[in-house]
Design a protein around this ligand. Structure first.
Ligand code: GLA
Length: 652
């Protein structure tokens, strides 16, 4: 890492010093730095840091809480932050989104770090491609933004299991978010790896990270009083030296505080503003105030409306927060997309999983376009800084392509012969405990359970989250949280009972996170007798899954295709690709893959009606489109230049 290595280099000569200073003067012009502006002052220091040795800088104090102010070194500093999750935005668009954040008058980027994506198998880490955290943080630095890192390990964030890896649930006694040994050992290993990447990116080491959050809204969970001190120490022991923060909603605030860590608050409505002053004051006296999450909109669940928040209300609340003397972070500035199967869920009375889009009605849309909120907030933050803001980048073009025909087909039943041999087990095995992925179980997707039955009767069992039941290859209905039994009709002779179970997303918020095993999570009973001798197929639908389906495996779509099935077609693009939105009119429920990218789930119960397809993932020429449909195939896949996230419902 250039920043760290510069710092470590010994023995400087006067010649080197002069050379470095000269380079700085030249580059300063090139970088158009304006030292009058608070944020750009940060940028100036930051760009210095990438160019010159640490000992030439004044980076000793970092971000501090001094009385009611934040200070960055010896200057009063207001945090004007915005959240963007690198894992929800195609890497090719990171720069565009960060430039838009900067041009909105914000000076700080905040992001969570999703453990489940970075450590998909115990001890195997992935920080490549779209998960390249360091590249994202350094890009923010290059653009002149500070960074507040929110490394969890639990992050909530409407992501599967709040960002915790599903393999943790292999342990039947697992107690997530506690000092239970099985959990802390896994956290320790992960933090050893993660923090070795993060430490050199800290402010005092010349990087942009000015603060680090300890866990996330622990006050609302609060199972173990030793847990937050443990996480705090785990960060410090690994070299985290910047300001530590906690983040809680007003109900959890009291219980979320940790000695020596600055508390911040999360809120949305004007009515909650009172708690900004009173609650924060009551837990920590006269300290700088910060709204770590001002929710600019909200997420959506399948079967519900598309939640929106009025832009004037957003402006009023943002202005009231800053008028109250508080720093602020906009959660989300840009939400992006739950690509793949990463969405989370809630399960209080009913189980509700989150939709694919994480548009959030945020300041930028899911596809990175400007909203009314953007214009208003830019004027607002621009007027606060007093300096002229950088111009907002141009919009990325959107195109409605010709409808895509999907003339080739492979039924799930035919596809099974190309899969790994099924796992044989006397009893059903839940997804997390399947002997796949080097013993790490299955995290996402579908699992197919098969067994042979000799009679008709009533089938029941615990299915997480939704299981399509087949007699041989004929679908007879679904089992889920509400429908817990189904009648198996009488058939002649040899009968295979199949149940295709979908993990629709593990709960990311609530008290039942230990209870998020998926698939069949216990016995499956026919007429109250447990069924035995299962053959189990793990259908995670990762990239490698599709590599088995070479061209010769596909055949023309028959008159009456058997479902579930995969459908294959080509989206032709000339001359150069741009962003588009796919519409699955006439299809019912499934998943779309384009050029190997999992765009996420679609479901005709809505609210979301279009899937975001980033132009960056398209080629000029032919693009492979695969649809996995569970129940009803449509004629084509349509493309539109305008997203449709469903029926709007105003929050508040
Ligand atoms: C909380 C969490 C976030 C997110 C929001 C809702 O504040 O801290 O991670 O889940 O709620 O979007």
């Amino acid at each position: 890492m250039s920043i760290g290595s510069l710092r470590r280099r010994p023995g400087r000569t006067l010649g080197v010093l002069l050379l470095v200073l000269l380079s700085f003067l030249v580059l300063r012009r090139y970088l158009h730095l304006n030292p009058d502006n608070c944020a750009q002052e940060g940028a100036r220091r930051l760009n210095w840091s990438t160019l010159i040795p640490h000992w030439l800088q004044h980076r000793q104090l970092g971000l501090q809480a001094k009385g009611q102010n934040f200070m960055l070194e010896d200057t009063i500093f207001w945090i004007f932050g915005g959240s963007i999750h690198y894992f929800r935005v195609p890497r090719e668009y990171w720069r565009d989104r960060l430039l838009k954040l900067k041009a909105c008058g914000l000076n700080t980027l905040t992001t969570y770090v999703p453990w489940n994506l970075h450590e998909p198998e115990r001890g195997k880490f992935d920080f490549s491609g779209n998960l390249d955290l360091e590249a994202f943080v350094l890009l923010a630095a290059e653009i002149g933004l500070w960074v507040i890192l929110r490394p969890g390990p639990y992050i909530c964030a409407e992501i599967d299991l709040g960002g915790l890896p599903s393999w943790l649930l292999q342990d039947p006694g697992m107690k997530l978010r506690t000092t239970y040994q099985g959990f802390t050992e896994a956290v320790d290993l992960y933090f050893d790896h993660l923090m070795s990447r993060v430490v050199p990116l800290q402010y005092k080491h010349g990087g942009p990270i000015i603060a680090v959050q300890v866990e996330n809204e622990y006050g609302s969970y609060n199972r173990d009083p030793a847990y937050m001190p443990y996480i705090k120490k785990a960060l410090e022991d690994r070299g985290i030296i910047e300001l530590l923060l906690t983040s809680d909603n007003k109900d959890g605030l009291q219980k979320g505080v940790v000695h020596g860590v600055l508390a911040t608050i999360n809120l949305q409505s004007q009515q909650e503003l009172q708690s900004l002053t009173t609650s924060l004051l009551s837990v920590q006296g006269n300290q700088p105030k910060m709204v770590m999450e001002y929710w600019t909109g909200w997420f959506d669940s399948w079967g519900g409306p598309h939640n929106i928040l009025d832009s004037s209300e957003v402006l009023d609340t943002v202005s009231a927060i800053t008028n109250a003397g508080s720093s602020i972070n906009l959660y989300m500035f840009h939400g992006g997309t739950n690509f793949g199967f990463i969405n989370g869920a809630m399960h209080f009375n009913d189980y509700k999983s989150d939709v694919t889009s994480y548009d959030y009605d945020a300041v930028l849309t899911e596809a990175g376009d400007y909203t009314a909120k953007y214009g208003k907030l830019r004027d607002f933050f621009g007027s606060l800084s007093g300096a002229s803001l950088p111009p907002p980048p141009d919009l990325l073009p959107k195109t409605a392509y010709e409808p895509v025909a999907l003339p080739f087909y492979l039924s799930l039943w035919d596809a099974l012969q190309y899969m790994e041999k099924p796992i044989k087990s006397e009893k059903p095995i839940n997804m997390e405990n399947l002997p796949v992925n080097d013993g790490n179980g299955q995290a996402f997707g579908y699992t197919l359970y098969e067994t042979t039955i000799a009679s008709s009767g009533v089938l029941h069992g615990c299915v997480r989250d939704r299981g399509q039941v087949f007699v041989n290859t004929v679908s007879i209905g679904f089992l889920d949280y509400k429908t817990t039994e189904i009648v198996i009709p009488l058939t002649q002779g040899y009968t295979v009972l199949r149940i295709l179970v979908e993990n629709r997303g593990r709960v990311n918020y609530g008290n039942n996170i230990d209870d998020q095993r998926k698939g069949l999570i216990g016995d499956l009973y026919l007429n109250n007798s447990p069924l035995k001798n299962f053959r189990i197929y793990s259908l995670d639908m990762k990239k490698s899954f599709f590599q088995r389906f070479s061209a010769d495996k596909w055949s023309p779509v028959p008159e009456a295709p058997a479902l579930p099935a995969f459908f294959l077609g080509v989206l032709s693009i000339l001359p150069s690709p741009s962003d588009t939105f796919l519409k699955l009119e006439g299809w019912e429920k499934g998943v779309v893959f384009v050029n190997g990218h999992n765009l996420g789930r679609y479901w005709n119960i809505g609210p979301q009606e279009t899937l975001y397809l980033p132009g960056a993932w398209l080629n000029s020429g032919a693009n492979q489109v695969i649809v996995f449909e569970e129940t009803m195939a449509g004629p084509m896949v349509q493309s539109t230049d305008t997203p449709n996230l469903g029926r709007n419902q105003y929050l508040h």
